[in-house]
Design a protein around this ligand. Structure first.
Ligand code: C2E
Ligand code: CA
Ligand code: CA
Ligand code: CA
Length: 274
C-alpha cells in the first residue's frame, strides 16, 4: 500500500502491482495454511566434523500452495508482517519436537534445530510455550536448539536477554544463525547466553577468495568465547576439508544432504546405523 501511494496510481509499475497481488494472495492463504495441511517440515542433517556422525537435524518449513512451493524466504516475511508467525512458529516447534522424538528411536541423542523469528522471541509467553511444548511432546530440552538470527540483536535488548535467559533455564540450547551478517559485534553477543554460532554460508562460499581468513577468525573468536561452531552451506569436498582442518565442530550443507522429508531422513539414519 505504501509503495502504491509513493509511486502514484498513474505510473504504477506493472510488476510491482503483480508483486503486491501475490503478497495479498499469499497472506490470505497463509492464515489458514496450518488447518489446510499445506505446511510441513523437512530436515537437513548437521554432522560432527571429526566423526562424520549426524549430531542434529535442522527443521525447515515448507509451504505447498495449490501446486506451487512458496520459498520460506518469501512467506516467513509475510507471516511476520501480518501476525501469523507466532501460531506458525509454535506449530513448527511442536512438529519438530514430535519428529525429533521419532528420529531419536534411531539416534538416541539426536538434537533438533528450530528457527525462530524475532517476534516469537520477543513474546513474553514464548519461554512458557516452549516449556509446554517440550512437556507435551516428551522431547528432552537439552536436545532442542533454537536458532535465532544475529540481526535480532538490533531489537529490544533487555527483553531479548530476559527471554533468552528464561529459555536457557528451561534447559534448551540457543544458536546464533547466519553469523557474521548481522549488526551485532561479538562483544554485544557476549551479553547473550548462547551455546553455538552458525557461520553464514556466504563466508563458506567465498573461502577461495579471501573468505577463509574471515571464517578462521570468526571460528577462533567464537571458540575462545566458548561457543561451538557450525559451518552451513558446505557444498564441496574442498570446503569440508578446509573447515575440518580449521577445527570447526559441525558441518551442514548440500554436500552431505539436501533437506529431506522425515521418511527420507529415517532411511538415511538407518543407512548410517547399518
Ligand atoms: P536458514 O535458517 O539459514 O536455513 C538454511 C537454508 O540454506 C535453507 O534454506 C537450506 O535449505 C539452505 N541450504 C542448506 N544447505 C545448503 C547448501 O549447501 N547450499 C545452499 N545453496 N543452500 C543450502 P530454506 O529451507 O529455503 O530456508 C530459508 C530460510 O527460511 C532459513 O534460512 C530460515 O531463515 C527461514 N526458515 C525456514 N524455516 C523456518 C521456520 O520454521 N521458522 C522461521 N522463523 N524461519 C524459517
Ligand atoms: Ca537456520
Ligand atoms: Ca543460516
Ligand atoms: Ca536465516
Amino acid at each position: 500500500q505504501k509503495r502504491a501511494q509513493k509511486g502514484g496510481v498513474g505510473i504504477f509499475d506493472e510488476s510491482l502491482r503483480e508483486q503486491l497481488l501475490r503478497e495479498i494472495r499469499l497472506r490470505d492463504h497463509l492464515e489458514n495454511a496450518i488447518h489446510r495441511h499445506e505446511l510441513f517440515l523437512v530436515f537437513q542433517p548437521i554432522l560432527e566434523a571429526k566423526t562424520n556422525r549426524i549430531a542434529a537435524v535442522e527443521a525447515l518449513l515448507r509451504w505447498r500452495l495449490d501446486n506451487e512451493y512458496i520459498p520460506p524466504d518469501e512467506f516467513i516475511n509475510i507471516a511476520e508482517q501480518y501476525g501469523f508467525i507466532k501460531p506458525i512458529g509454535l506449530w513448527v516447534l511442536g512438529e519438530a519436537c514430535m519428529a525429533g522424538k521419532r528420529l531419536q528411536q534411531l539416534v538416541p541423542d539426536l538434537s533438533v534445530c528450530v528457527n525462530v523469528s524475532i517476534q516469537q522471541l520477543l513474546d513474553e509467553n514464548f519461554p512458557e510455550d516452549v516449556k509446554a511444548t517440550l512437556e507435551r511432546t516428551g522431547f528432552r530440552p537439552e536436545n532442542l536448539h533454537l536458532e535465532i538470527t544475529e540481526s535480532l540483536f538490533a531489537h529490544d535488548k533487555h527483553r531479548l536477554i530476559e527471554n533468552i535467559s528464561r529459555l536457557k533455564k528451561v534447559g534448551i540450547e540457543v544458536s546464533i544463525d547466519d553469523f557474521g551478517t548481522g549488526y551485532s559485534s561479538l562483544s554485544v553477543m557476549q551479553e547473550f547466553d548462547v551455546d553455538l554460532v552458525k557461520i553464514d554460508r556466504t563466508f563458506i562460499w567465498t573461502m577461495d577468495q579471501g573468505g577463509r581468513a574471515i571464517v578462521e577468525a570468526v571460528s577462533q573468536i567464537a571458540s575462545s568465547f566458548g561457543y561451538q561452531v557450525v559451518a552451513e552451506g558446505v557444498e564441496t569436498e574442498e570446503q569440508k576439508q578446509i573447515l575440518t582442518d580449521m577445527g570447526i565442530d559441525y558441518l551442514q550443507g548440500y554436500l552431505f544432504l539436501h533437506p529431506v522429508t522425515e521418511e527420507e531422513m529415517v532411511e538415511h539414519l538407518n543407512i548410517q546405523a547399518s
